[in-house]
Write a protein that binds this ligand. Structure first.
Ligand SMILES: [Zn+2]
Length: 253
């Protein structure tokens, strides 16, 4: 019963994530107006808008114009159900669960917006920085989260390191490698997980970014200086860090 509730919650918030991913880069409000088909602009009724289920009932096509619906919507709903379920399995009915569900949803939104538009919305990074810092004043949260001093140092360090990389890269190469959005995303991670997470996640996300460009470098379809969205790599790096958190820390202590 509990899991059924978590799954429904994941599906509903997953479809909210879809709305954010679609509308935020266009600077449209995320709460105004009802959902509509991006192809024929007709409104979608509630029964054609049930997370995951409607996609299969409609055979992946819009009821009105019969054009294919992007399977990305279903993927995003599936991902948020998956994250919500894993988080609930690990942390049960706690404030930690609620916080991690909010963060995971933000990560999903950032991942897909950055992948397509090369931007990371300030609305999300600023509110996640604030939430990450505020929550660190609660001493009863899971040990995954740092205290407020560690959180503050983490936020500043995360932003500072990436800002300096951008600054020096600009001096040397006369152009930008990463953007300030990446620096803000690292500030979010620092505020949420403390300063120690920063060097590990910088290392992990650089490796992942490098591995992801190797195939296209070999095919010569990209040069080393092509722009790549760094946000998705940072997010995958963060997930790996959180998964192996204890092993990483035991490398040091
Ligand atoms: Zn349509």
């Amino acid at each position: 019963m509990d899991y059924l509730f978590v799954i429904i919650l994941g599906g509903l918030w997953g479809s909210f994530a879809n709305v954010c991913i679609y509308r935020m880069p266009l600077n449209k409000g995320v709460v105004s107006g009802r959902s509509y088909c991006p192809k024929c602009k007709k409104q979608i009724t509630w029964k054609d808008n049930i997370p995951i289920i409607s996609y299969f009932l409609l055979n992946g096509k819009c009821r009105k114009c019969k054009k294919p619906i992007s399977s990305q919507y279903t993927l995003i709903e599936f991902l948020s159900i998956l994250f919500f379920t894993i988080i609930y399995f690990l942390y049960g009915t706690t404030l930690t669960t609620l916080l991690l569900m909010i963060l995971s949803l933000s990560f999903i939104i950032i991942f897909f917006i950055d992948l397509k538009h090369f931007i990371i919305p300030n609305e999300i990074t600023f509110s996640m920085m604030a939430l990450g810092f505020i929550k660190s004043f609660d001493p009863n949260l899971n040990s995954l989260f740092p205290n407020y001093i560690n959180s503050l140092i983490g936020g500043l360090l995360g932003y500072g390191i990436i800002w300096s990389i951008i600054f020096f890269y600009k001096q040397v190469r006369k152009k930008e490698g990463m953007g300030l959005g990446d620096a803000k995303l690292f500030a979010v991670i620092g505020f949420w997980f403390g300063w120690l997470a920063i060097p590990f996640i910088i290392f992990l996300s650089s490796i992942i970014a490098l591995l992801s460009v190797v195939p296209s470098l070999l095919k010569n379809s990209r040069t080393m200086s092509s722009q790549i969205p760094f946000g998705p790599h940072i997010i995958i790096g963060t997930l790996i860090y959180l998964f192996f958190e204890n092993s990483f820390k035991s490398l040091l202590f």
